[in-house]
Design a protein around this ligand. Structure first.
Ligand code: CAA
Length: 299
């Protein structure tokens, strides 16, 4: 280990401004904890104005709920919102009077998209800008390899829903500098998160353990070992997790679960990671979980 997780002597992080790319569920959550908890100015970028509008509305809803409950004053809510501005392109993100020192990418999980984005970012940003990816399954070393400055590229894997989940997995690539690691850990702590450090291997820590567990639950269902309800209840009440594995799979998205299992299977080469046929079948049917109204359950 190159750095102790949650080292109490972490120095102030030195990041003055945060950039977030992608205004989906994850990007929005990252922008929110950046603005609210770390109290940083945040520039949120998305190519879609619709997505940005939707994201800001969702942020407003989350903050408003806390105002209603007396956890935040109306003035504090307004301050958090005033820290967040939106832009539509990498050029706009980079070419401002106070460019971000840390940019977290949270776009959809497509290798080609991430590689070209990191190349553009490394060309457009100042030499000290840290470029972090929220990828859950793409190699950080590969993303860094497409960038002109691999020493500034790092994995910062947040969990969904970001405002609630306390963890950030930090993943240095082969060439990531110690300074990049130190700053990323410190900023994550300022966002109120606990950090763990993982090697740059398929699935990192969380998905290496979580996805085979979910996949095994699908095998159990496929083999008729128990009903979906009994599989979930057994794990929920038997191991004190907030959601059973099939409910969690629906929450994450069955397409995402399948994609991550495929990465584990092909890159680790062990048949124990083969995706359950039933998981593939549901994805083929378009039953992707909560987001499509049907997965292992109906919504
Ligand atoms: N964004 C922000 N906040 C959210 C939210 C969202 N999308 N969804 C729920 N919340 C908040 C609620 O507002 C609520 O906050 P308050 O306590 O302040 O009111 C809180 O979470 C609890 O929500 P609920 O009472 O509605 O429901 P719950 O008690 O069932 O909790 C849950 C919901 C937090 C999602 C909980 O079920 C849970 O922890 N589930 C497991 C989540 C998990 O395992 N996530 C990791 C997925 S894997 C991953 O992310 C990595 C990957 O690469 C695939």
């Amino acid at each position: 280990r190159r750095y102790a997780s949650n080292d109490a002597t972490s120095k102030p992080h030195g990041v003055q401004s945060l950039g977030v790319i992608g205004a989906g569920q994850m990007g929005l959550g990252i922008a929110l904890v950046g603005a609210r908890v770390a109290q940083l100015p945040v520039r949120l970028m998305d190519v879609s104005q619709d997505q940005l509008d939707k994201g800001l509305r969702f942020m407003d809803k989350l903050l408003e709920k806390d105002v209603q409950r007396g956890r935040l004053t109306a003035e504090e809510k307004q301050q958090v919102q005033s820290r967040v501005s939106v832009v539509r392109s990498v050029d706009e993100l980079a070419s401002t009077a106070s460019p971000a020192d840390l940019i977290v990418e949270a776009v959809s999980e497509r290798v080609d998209l991430k590689l070209s984005l990191f190349r553009d970012l490394s060309e457009a940003t100042a030499p000290n800008t840290i470029l972090a990816s929220n990828t859950s399954s793409i190699s950080i070393t590969k993303i860094a390899g497409a960038s002109l400055h691999p020493e500034r590229v790092i994995g910062m894997h947040f969990m969904n829903p970001v405002p609630v989940m306390k963890l950030v997995e930090v993943i240095p690539g082969l060439a990531t500098s110690q300074q990049t690691i130190d700053t990323t850990l410190a900023v994550s702590h300022a966002m109120g998160k606990t950090t763990t450090l993982s090697q740059d291997v398929p699935g990192f820590i969380a998905n290496r353990l979580l996805m085979p567990y979910i996949n095994e639950a699908v095998f159990a269902l496929q083999e008729g070992i128990a009903t979906r309800e009994d599989i979930d209840t057994t794990m929920r009440l038997g191991t004190n997790v907030p959601m059973g594995p099939l409910t969690l799979a629906d929450f994450i998205g069955l397409d995402t679960c399948l994609a991550i299992m495929r990465v584990l299977h092909t890159q680790l080469g062990d048949t124990k990671y083969r995706p359950a046929v039933l998981l593939q079948k549901y994805v083929d049917a378009g039953w992707l979980g909560k987001k499509t109204g049907r997965g292992f359950y109906e919504y």
